[in-house]
Write a protein that binds this ligand. Structure first.
Ligand code: IMP
Ligand code: MG
Length: 181
């Protein structure tokens, strides 16, 4: 995999440092009397981020998983998000934090937010590891953001291109000939 990398955008050390700060921010979000947080992990890209984030959280918590997919095969163009599986998260009356890997067009986050909001949670916040700059997106913002990045297609730390590279420990840009647009 290493020979496929053009450049590392965010190193594993930078990610680890920022996660310490993000965990403090998550701990300060409002929670009701039982203090419990429901973390909704958007699959598959957020798995590595969620795994590292939750081990820094001190409070009682549960995880809910939602599958959203926007890309099919060798493309870096989103086709619009869809949720192929039945939605099994019960957010009613809970303090909820949606965690996703990256905020690009915002369509994924908007879809997940809308479905969870319809369940009447006590509170609903969002956290993304990455946010792409210079992308038009209306009606959607993340409450917590790890890093703002330039508008390039990135892989690693959970993010994939055509299903690969999720296991790279750093966030990187691939050599351009590998992107088959
Ligand atoms: P959105 O719906 O356009 O905001 O796209 C969000 C989803 O698309 C993310 O959860 C990712 O799974 C995927 N995505 C967007 N940009 C990238 C990227 O640069 N690399 C890998 N996946 C991406
Ligand atoms: Mg995703």
């Amino acid at each position: 995999m290493q020979p496929d990398i053009e450049r590392v955008l965010i190193s594993r050390e930078q990610i680890a440092d920022r996660l310490d700060e993000l965990a403090d921010d998550v701990a300060r979000l409002p929670r009701n009397a039982d203090g419990e947080l429901l973390i909704v992990c958007v699959l598959s890209g957020a798995i590595v981020f969620v795994a590292d984030l939750i081990r820094r959280l001190p409070m009682k918590m549960r995880i809910g998983l939602v599958t959203v997919s926007s890309y099919t095969g060798k493309t870096t163009e989103s086709r619009g998000p869809s949720m192929p599986h039945p939605f099994r998260v019960d957010a009613r009356g809970r303090d909820v934090l949606i965690v996703d890997d990256i905020l690009d067009t915002g369509r994924t986050l908007r879809l997940v937010q809308a479905v969870l909001a319809s369940q009447k949670p006590a509170s609903l916040h969002t956290c993304v590891l990455l946010r792409k700059l210079g992308v038009e997106r209306s009606d959607v913002e993340a409450d917590l953001v790890g890093f703002d990045i330039e508008n390039v297609f990135v892989v690693g730390y959970g993010l994939d291109y055509d299903g690969h590279y999720r296991n790279l420990p750093d966030i990187a840009v691939l050599k351009s000939h590998l992107y088959d647009r």
